[in-house]
Design a binder for this molecule. Structure first.
Ligand SMILES: C[S@@+](CC[C@H](N)C(=O)[O-])C[C@H]1O[C@@H](n2cnc3c(N)ncnc32)[C@H](O)[C@@H]1O
Length: 419
């Protein structure tokens, strides 16, 4: 595609995404489905441009106050990746001079919001929590996330998979905290890789792997993954159970649960039972009350810990959406807790950085459920470094931060139902 046409296409896609009525990945995928002639390189350029503009929206909007042409075109110029000469061949002389002037503006010339690129309400909540580390946190949220894999221990050991990936020319290292994790350099395509097609590895952020580990599911147990979605954590839990016992994968989205099926087939797991429920108080949940050994509630949340992957969330969430999520999280946690046997373990997790969805939900649960005893997470994780991953009295909560741990932002709290 001619650079001029590619820039026009980028501007019109940015305009669509910036309506914020649907998640950015859904808008981009739909655009690609409707424009089948776009080749892989054009798709990559379009998506990189859109995501760059979502990440650095405030900075780019500040720079786009000068310049000419439509706002969307100016944003597309600023976000356009790769070769400057290729981009400049799509620009007129005024745009070229404007782009050069923008490139000269160093970070020191920028106002704080143009550096951190966060809405002010969110910047305030994060600053309250991390204080002096705020700039480092904000900078880490602007970086792309690394590509992490989890080794399926049913099929192979981590060392053997590392050797296999390196032999295939990939740069791969063990993750520092998760015992089955591998971090790849770059974004290699995995879909034809034998380690992936044969189910030896799944894509999973190191932080997500730690959440599944906290459940510590054992052979032969009855376990529920209450908000299983497309099954990322279900697969890790099923493998920890050595493909024995019974693992229910509940979710209100039958569509998301459907995505577990090919992943289950690759993984070799046969102990997983996906069940679509209407809501958290569904009859199928009531029938299992008091019968389950371990329950993971990987609650629906703002997703603000995953801004490296989904930067649109910072523009789509508001204090009102957060308050509504927190109410839903409390309802789901209370309902899921009823599944547990006396002595059973409950894990509540989110990929949010906000105390409203994390500590506040856990503390409200403490108040309302005296039959559940909090278990400090620091004592439950393997490794001498576990305390570094936790916050609160005695390391009560898992609190992962992108700038500290190079994972997405995650939270977890654990309880035992009194025996
Ligand atoms: C954070 S995502 C789960 C991600 C998944 N555990 C994974 O590791 O890939 C939260 C899930 O909660 C589901 N959900 C939303 N409301 C629910 C409810 N009331 N009961 C159960 N699941 C719900 C959503 O459909 C979504 O799939």
């Amino acid at each position: 595609m001619h650079p001029k046409a590619l820039l026009d296409e980028s501007a019109s896609l940015i305009e669509k995404v910036f309506k914020f009525d649907h998640p950015a990945d859904a808008v981009v995928s739909r655009h690609f489905r409707e424009n089948k002639a776009l080749g892989p390189r054009e798709r990559a350029t379009l998506s990189d441009t859109v995501y760059a503009v979502l990440r650095e929206r405030l900075k780019f909007e500040g720079l786009a106050r000068s310049g000419s042409g439509s706002k969307w075109r100016r944003l597309a110029i600023l976000g356009f990746p790769g070769d400057r000469d290729f981009l400049k061949s799509a620009l007129n002389d005024a745009e070229k001079s404007w782009l050069d002037a923008c490139a000269k503006a160093g970070d020191a010339d920028l106002l704080a919001p143009h550096r951190h690129n966060l809405p002010e309400w969110l910047a305030a909540v994060l600053r309250d929590q991390v204080g002096d580390e705020f700039d480092a946190l904000a900078a880490s949220l602007l970086l792309p996330a690394p590509l992490d894999l989890r080794v399926n221990a049913l099929k192979k050991k981590r060392e053997a998979v590392l050797a296999e990936l390196r032999a295939a020319g990939l740069v791969a290292e063990p993750t520092p905290y998760a015992p089955l994790g591998i971090r790849l350099q770059g974004k290699p395509s995995l879909h034809k890789l034998p380690a992936f097609t044969s189910g030896e590895v799944e894509v999973q952020d190191e932080g997500s792997q730690l959440l599944a580990l906290l459940l510590d599911a054992k052979r032969g147990e009855m376990v529920a993954d209450f908000c299983a979605g497309a099954g990322g954590k279900t697969l890790a839990i099923g493998a920890a159970m050595k493909n024995t016992g019974r693992l229910y994968a509940f979710d209100t989205s039958a569509h998301r649960l459907d995505a577990i099926k090919p992943r289950l087939a690759r993984s070799g797991l046969s102990n997983v039972h996906p069940v679509a429920i209407a809501h958290e108080r569904d009859e199928r949940i009531k029938r299992l009350a008091g019968k389950i050994d371990r329950v993971l509630v990987d609650a629906p949340c703002s997703g603000l810990g995953t801004l490296r992957r989904s930067p649109d969330l910072k523009w789509r969430q508001t204090p009102d959406t957060i308050a509504a999520q927190a109410e839903l999280q409390q309802r789901i946690l209370a309902s899921a807790a009823r599944l547990l046997k006396p002595g059973g373990r409950l894990v509540y997790a989110t990929c949010s950085l906000l105390p409203q969805e994390n500590e506040a939900v856990a503390e409200a649960f403490d108040q309302a459920h005296p039959d559940f005893v909090a278990q400090p997470v620091a004592a439950l994780l393997p490794g001498a470094d576990a305390g570094r991953l936790c916050q609160g009295v005695d390391g009560r909560f898992l609190r992962l931060w992108p700038h500290r741990h190079a994972t997405d932002g995650f939270f977890a709290a654990v309880w035992q139902r009194k025996p």
